[in-house]
Design a protein around this ligand. Structure first.
Ligand code: TPP
Ligand code: MG
Length: 324
């Protein structure tokens, strides 16, 4: 169990982890502009890296994560190999699901990232199932589920919270409140501004956090993960952040207010942590540049690996099928 203390090593790892996610997704922005380079929607979490980095840093390797359509950062933070992740996003045979899942159905069982469901509201019930298995088997692990502010309005999420609380399941619900659900903002579909208020209805602890502050997210996540691990049932974190791009790269977000976007750009989680670590002498500017170069190289290698890999053979469509 971690104690949540922010030692220099953890702080540097939080920073490096966010830089990797940012570089990986910035490259996807470029690739999405190229015809047929990446297939399907590219749904990115640029500007939301602190949530992925901070929450996952609080976990043990055997802890499970279940995620949604905005999943790249969660999976990279959990330890997915950037090469195989990029290959899957490029639908190549060397990807995690042999190129059959693509970006929207990513799974990385090796790191216990067992499911990405793009059905809005589906991940929480799946997480309840995974947590039930952990409890039933007497495992010391927890399941974390990431879902959006839009998903929070789905009935399935309420059922999942109720059952998890009733059965005291080790589920950490993480609502990544980025204010938007497609082209709809929170005020249009929710009578409350803060999803965390819902925790009381299920008799579980709930706390909101600045979702653009990786260190704050980490500290709260350790506390909440320890609660879930102790057998006292689920907990809810609301990480307040902002969607900095359209819903996906196909969406130019014309309905978003540029002034608000600019305000949030000023709270970039990567730059904020960089400035803090430099000011406190935890990292030098040169070390930050070295991390930048290292992560750029990791992403370059991932793209090269994807480019060099073949598409799945047509006959692969008939393999790995499961029928009752
Ligand atoms: C059941 C269902 N309804 C609608 C959609 C279409 N859809 C995909 S993502 C999305 C918005 C989800 O918003 P939120 O949960 O806040 O996540 P965010 O996209 O902001 O990360 C919608 C409506 C879907 N995939 N599944
Ligand atoms: Mg949202």
């Amino acid at each position: 169990m971690q104690n949540g203390a922010l030692n220099p090593e953890i702080r540097r790892e939080l920073y490096a982890g966010m830089v990797l996610i940012r570089k990986f997704e910035e490259r996807l922005i470029e690739l999405a502009k190229e015809k047929a380079r990446v297939v399907g929607m590219q749904i990115l979490a640029v500007g939301q890296e602190a949530v992925a980095a901070g929450v996952v840093k609080a976990l043990e390797p055997e802890d499970v994560i279940v995620t949604n359509h905005r999943s790249h950062g969660h999976l990279l933070a959990k330890g997915a190999d950037p090469k195989r992740l990029m290959a899957e996003i490029m639908t190549k045979a060397t990807g995690y699901s042999k190129g059959k899942a693509g970006t929207l159905h990513l799974v990385v069982p090796e790191v216990n990232a067992i499911m990405t469901s793009t059905i809005v509201g589906a991940p929480p019930p799946l997480a309840v199932g995974a947590a039930f298995a952990q409890q039933y088997r007497g495992l010391p692990n927890i399941t974390v589920v990431f879902f959006g502010d839009g998903a929070a309005a789905e009935g399935s999420v309420h059922e999942a919270m109720n059952l998890a609380a009733l059965w005291k399941l080790p589920v950490l619900f993480v609502c990544e409140n980025n204010v938007w659900a497609g082209a709809q903002c929170l005020a249009e579909h929710s009578c409350i501004e803060h999803i965390v208020q819902r925790a009381a209805a299920y008799d579980m602890p709930g706390e909101a956090v600045d979702g653009n502050d990786a260190e704050a997210v980490y500290a709260l996540s350790v506390r909440m993960a320890n609660h879930c691990r102790s057998g006292r049932g689920p907990a809810l974190i609301e990480a307040n952040t902002y969607r900095m791009r359209g819903h996906g790269e196909h969406d130019h977000g014309h309905y978003m207010d540029k002034a608000v976007l600019e305000q949030w750009a000023g709270r970039c989680p990567v730059r904020r942590l960089q400035e803090r670590l430099i000011a406190e002498g935890i990292l030098s500017a040169d070390q930050c540049e070295a991390i930048d170069a290292e992560m750029t190289a990791v992403v370059n290698d991932a793209v090269a690996f994807g480019d060099e890999s073949p598409f799945p053979a047509p006959k692969a469509a008939l393999q790995d099928l499961w029928a009752m």
